[in-house]
Write a protein that binds this ligand. Structure first.
Ligand SMILES: [Zn+2]
Length: 63
């Protein structure tokens, strides 16, 4: 199951499987981890975006 790492300060959603140095995840100040895709969908409707650095690891548009 994919785990998501949510950056609430910058409103970015990372995927823990593919997170990498370009994500600057070590500097995330307000962080939440979840594996609930419903939460991710709700956040996307609140203008949260999927991080392009870790989502591009598998191509496109994966949730
Ligand atoms: Zn990322």
């Amino acid at each position: 199951m994919t785990t998501f790492i949510i950056d609430h300060k910058d409103k970015v959603i990372h995927k823990s499987t593919f997170i990498n140095d370009m994500c600057n995840h070590r500097s995330i100040i307000s962080r939440e981890d979840t594996n609930d895709s419903h939460i991710i969908e709700q956040l996307q409707s609140k203008k949260y975006t999927i991080c392009k650095h870790c989502s591009s690891a598998l191509g496109s548009n994966l949730l």
